[in-house]
Write a protein that binds this ligand. Sequence first.
Ligand code: GTR
Length: 330
Amino acid sequence: MKTVSIPRHVFTVIASVSLLAAAVSAQAANWRGWNIHPDGYPNTEALEAFSEAVAERTDGRVTPRVYNNAVLGDQSDAIEQTRNGALDFANFNMGPMGPIVPETDVFSLPFLFTDIDHMHRVMDGEIGERFADALESKGLVVLSWFDSGARSIYNTQRPIRTPEDVRGLKIRVMNNDLYVQMMAALGGNATPMAYGEVYQSLTTGVLDGAENNFPSFESSNHYEAAGYFSLTEHLIIPECLCVAKSSWDALSEEDQEIVRDEGMKASELQRALWVESSEESRQLVLDAGVEINEVDDKQAFQTLMEPMYEEFIANNPGTGELIEEIRAAQ
Ligand code: GTR
């Protein structure tokens, strides 16, 4: 058999070319991002601005792409997929985060924050960092915190003015047992369900109602089926812009800095757009004939939900102090 001798320098060239190729492909990260919302929603706009800016500033080393309308899976699924690196980034609500990162359950206690500014003070400060650490220990790096307004109950049957009006209603909640407890406290029947299934369930009568903020009530078209929106404003829940820890760790320090910086800018944009969008959506549903009512005696709702705190603190040692700290940041 004839042997061909290859000069040593050829090997060296081949080795360095393949090393280079490996380095380039290790650096070119095509990030897939999960987003539950449709085109035009404030969060979508912020995620898109983030993606564009990151691709540009990293010269294409990181090219994020956002997939809207939860096409990559429902929220609980997507949290798992991002934790294990199957997805690279996402905007998650802290409600369905609770079953995975129990520290975040505290945000699902009704009337924890008095208003959005209170929530910002907490999330943008040292307490927010502690939550970011808790998420990171579960595989999610928090770049920034987004708004999601205040959630209120809407339904197909009647205006909710007092807790008695909730009695017997089948209300969709996000995937977290605390919401089942919350609705039970009001005498309603909570049905945890994926966001994408709610519209049909409202139109077919499987559900009587759900709870959300104005932009989601509008963009999900739930307002077409549920004609009563009652300003219970029982939950103010922060959301994160998160990156999979594995995707984050694969970045150079320089690129991490760019991604973090753009994550912060995305949150500024999202928060600004949120204010406009909430008002626009409120007006749109009003024009479409939805009856919106204030709830004069929110205290009545709060009083019924209060025992949730005692139970929560008893089941989660140490959270009593945390709740005090959050309340003190008012
Ligand atoms: C929206 C939130 C989504 C999702 C949705 C829901 O307000 O931004 O992440 O949690 O509510 O009710 O499932």
